[in-house]
Design a protein around this ligand. Structure first.
Ligand SMILES: [Cu+2]
Length: 275
């Protein structure tokens, strides 16, 4: 039997010194008299290779970071400056403060198959307390199950008629049905799912069901960070529930940081004119 050559593809970023072909501890099939193609490593090399793999996993990833802001149309400020909002008629009209919008989300809009993804919980909680859903916006990876405990001593009814997931958990208090089944929903299709309570008009929350675990909520200053993104070219998107999404193609290097900022606003929509 001739010696079989064993071929390994060295992962990108894997130091050449750890390439198995160069390792003197590899044995080929003829040396072990086996009919199968095998490679054997001594325990030292196994440990070294494991360390190299771990190092490569860390090396072959970068962080996408930046700031995401929301911005209104500037013409409105003229109405404010001219005092129109001081009148009794408009005094109590709430205007959006774009600088204070919360629940801005940045995410990679494609499945990831080229590296170990960051761990994300497969079960998440949206609680109902004081007739409010918390959190108001929950980005989740597709396949995530969300539980909906009612922590009030009044009934709530969680339902959605959104296309990616329509459901009705019916009226309940506590966490589960009378037969013990948990009040939970698994989100198995991508997209935005608006969730309401059939009794209380202000109760509304949104599940943003995403294709991969690389997503982040911006902090109060608008900063976001997506760590451990493997190198590649991705479509990166910024999202807010009441603004058009913004998308940018981003090339992620093998290490370091890639800085991408977004400004969301009423832009990019088709102009509509009345004829
Ligand atoms: Cu309710």
């Amino acid at each position: 039997m001739s010696e079989a050559a064993i071929h390994f593809d060295r992962p990108r970023g894997w130091p050449a010194a750890f390439t198995p072909q160069k390792c003197p501890h590899i044995r080929t099939v003829s040396e072990f008299g086996s009919s199968r193609t095998i490679a054997r490593f001594c325990s030292v090399n196994a440990a070294v290779l494991m360390a190299a793999l771990l190092a490569s996993a860390v090396l072959n990833a970068a962080t996408i970071t930046g700031v995401v802001r929301a911005q209104g149309k500037p013409e409105v400020e003229h109405d404010v400056a001219s005092g129109k909002y001081d009148s009794r008629r408009f005094k109590f009209v709430n205007r959006i403060d774009y600088g204070k919008l919360r629940d801005l989300v940045v995410y990679i809009d494609q499945p990831m198959t080229n590296n170990a993804p960051p761990a994300v919980p497969s079960v998440q909680i949206v609680r109902q307390k004081d007739a409010v859903f918390t959190p108001h916006v929950l980005p989740v990876m597709v396949g995530t199950t969300v539980r909906w405990p009612n922590q009030d001593d009044i009934f709530h009814n969680v339902f959605s008629y959104s296309a990616p997931k329509n459901f009705d958990l019916d009226l309940y208090k506590g966490n589960s049905c009378p037969d013990g089944r948990l009040k939970e929903v698994t989100f198995d299709k991508l997209g935005r799912v608006d969730v309401f309570c059939s009794i209380h008009s202000q109760m509304h929350c949104i599940m943003l069901v995403l294709p991969c675990p690389h997503f982040a909520r911006a902090d109060s200053a608008g900063k976001y960070s997506l760590p451990n993104v493997p190198p590649g070219t991705y479509m990166l998107k910024a999202w807010h529930e009441r603004l058009p999404e913004s998308a940018k193609q981003v090339q992620v290097p093998e290490s370091g940081e890639r800085k991408i900022d977004f400004t969301l606003g009423i832009t990019g929509l088709p102009k509509h004119s009345v004829t």
